[in-house]
Design a protein around this ligand. Sequence first.
Ligand SMILES: [Zn+2]
Length: 498
Amino acid sequence: MIRTILPYRSLLLTGLVLALSFFWDGCAVNPVSGKKQFMLMSESQELALGKQSDPSIVAQFGMYQDEELQAFLNTKGQEMAAISHRPDLPFEFKLLDSPVVNAFAVPGGYVYFTRGIMAHFNNEAQFAGVLGHEIGHVTARHSARQYSRTVLAQVGLIAGMIISPEFAQFGNEASQGMQLLLLKYGRDAESESDKLGVEYSSQVGYDAHEMAGFFATLDRLTGGPEGRLPTFMSTHPDPADRNQKVGQMAGQWQRRHQGQNYEVGRDSYLRMIDGLMYGEDPRQGFVENDNFYHPELKFQYPIPSGWRTANSPQQVQMAPEDGKAVVILQLGQGASLEAAAQAAGEKYSLRTTASQRRTVNGISALEVYADLVQEGQDANGQPAQQVLKTVSYYIQYGELIYHFIGVSSEQDFVSYRGRMLNIMTGFRSLSDPDKLNRQAERLKIQTLDREMTVREAFARYQQPSDRHEELAILNGMELTTRLPKGTLIKTVTRPNGQ
Ligand SMILES: [Zn+2]
């Protein structure tokens, strides 16, 4: 959490542009189909939307610092944009610091790849296929066609937690920039983008059969340990027999354009991602044995057993399985604890019922109980008020003020208050060197020195046996496959022997 403070103003603008997009904008020629169609958004609105969403997307994830990989993404992206149906759009390609396996595009030509998806490609051609697919969403103006307010209703999904809609407003700020990512295109749009992915990646000289192979990797990945943020599979509804169709289209393209060379680029790609961060970055906070640790900001606090946690750069959310309560940790705004409490009170329209200075583990804090009155509708659709109960701890630690807020319905508050307070009053400084120095795992590319099976290779390079299946997926291979001497494979290591 907390790498960059979110530019709230740009989010408001995004909302405005979204609202604008609902107005009728007349008829435009679709760049891909060449047909006239009714568009909800003009090209200048698309460009404005992209420009305004980009800072919140970058703030949400952070950029992954890897010049070589970022340069590869730019070069291939610009090369493909130039042969696309909208070569004049000012495309931008960004590498995001997220372990989630996803790639997405927003209108106006902003295309994003996570380090998680880059770790899962096994050659340049797979990457190029997905790149073409995402550029295809932009050139075919899919998102411009698909905007809908219903996307806003999905903010709860952001954290992948079961939180009732009544708590949604607390997730809003972090999530509004994400609404674009949650945007689901229809199956027709996905099929069209798959077709464009084949076309564009073939045109720049890659073997589009590999794109079909990557969909198989995505299939094997579903149901991973924690689907905290939307993955490629959740933002891209899977058209039926997608693998097969993409494979057929790739074959057709290559038969129509014979004499051309179609590259795969396996070894060059794997050498390029050698050392890439893999999985969660513990430096930005991690959960272990029912505790949350933040090595960079040097604090820790307990999490009730059985609760789920979602960590993003803006906030950490914690909730029980039943979703009847939520505790959120974010940065407070203000020069003092009281000022931070006032700012949060205004932001969330809180009615304070009690407030008291406290000390938690030697650290100054302010405890505030407040009611939150929400206007809503009853079962018959009549206007009704609902009261939520909240308890907050504002904690002055280092240069920053941390704000925990626990929220529950009036009837559930009493039963959850104790667990909420345990989290907040358990906040303390972190000094355990094992936690402070915890490093992320990184990919290490190994070259096989003799013929062996994938399973034997993992054993040879000290990969724990309970992770062999995960690593087989990462390599796009089966454990029983025999590999010739000299084959490159991905393994994972954690620097500093952790
Ligand atoms: Zn798609």
